[in-house]
Design a protein around this ligand. Structure first.
Ligand code: C5P
Length: 217
């Protein structure tokens, strides 16, 4: 019996991270925030002053000195939990993520999260590429307006600079880049259940996913 996987894919700032983490907690499953890996590659590239097309970005992805513990994300030991969420890093992440060599370099690392009793994995290609045999696949979306609003609140809470119009604009561009790229584009799979959360609370979205998992036994 393979270790069960719940794959939650969706666009930026759709709330899939919060929902996935809560579902993992409720089930006692492991949790993979695959976007944070792309964000870490992006941050390391930015720190090294590399363009997204630089071959050295692939080496960074292969040997990413990342560590996750108790809600803290580290890059070479440095706490970068907030740094990887900046807009500059978000934009760079979606650029490095468009490179197939970068994606390949992160594949084994992501699959290693599949350990008993189970995994909740969130990103863009969890159901399509990384865990195509996932027993539950959810495509979690929300309108650009709702997502820009959520991101704005997150940034404000962290005391980071934020502007709602430029956030909406960045989201649109990032959606476009993530959905139109040739490798692992973001799309709703035929075997995924769509969950539109613009008008939903986090609790409602979490219940929906847990019901879906329960229904599949
Ligand atoms: O989900 P999050 O917004 O943190 O992801 C940051 C970027 O990483 C996305 O814009 C996307 O381009 C990329 N990504 C990806 N595949 C994943 C997760 C994230 O391409 N599975």
């Amino acid at each position: 019996q393979p270790v069960p996987v719940i794959a939650i894919d969706g666009p930026s700032a759709s709330g899939k991270g919060t929902v996935a983490a809560r579902v993992a907690e409720a089930l006692g499953f492991h949790y993979l925030d695959s976007g944070s890996l792309y964000r870490l590659v992006a941050l390391a590239a930015l720190k090294a002053g590399l363009a997204e097309s630089d071959p050295r970005v692939v080496d960074i992805a292969r040997h990413l000195p990342a560590a996750f513990e108790a809600g803290v994300v580290r890059l070479s030991g440095e706490d970068v939990t907030d740094a990887i969420r900046s807009e500059a890093c978000s934009v760079m992440a979606s650029k490095v993520a468009a490179r197939s060599e970068v994606r390949d370099a992160l594949l084994d690392r992501q699959r290693a999260y599949r350990r008993p009793p189970g995994l909740v994995a969130e990103g863009r290609d969890m159901g399509s590429v990384v865990f195509p045999d996932a027993g539950t696949k959810v495509f979690l979306t929300a309108s650009v307006e709702a997502r820009a609003e959520r991101r704005y609140k997150q940034l404000m809470e962290k005391g980071l600079p934020a502007n709602i119009d430029s956030l909406s604009q960045d989201l649109r561009e990032r959606d476009e880049r993530d959905a139109s790229r040739p490798v692992a584009p973001l799309k709703k799979l035929p075997d995924a259940t769509e969950l539109e959360t613009s008008e939903m609370t986090v609790d409602q979205a979490v219940s929906f996913v847990l019901d879906l998992v329960g229904a599949k036994g």
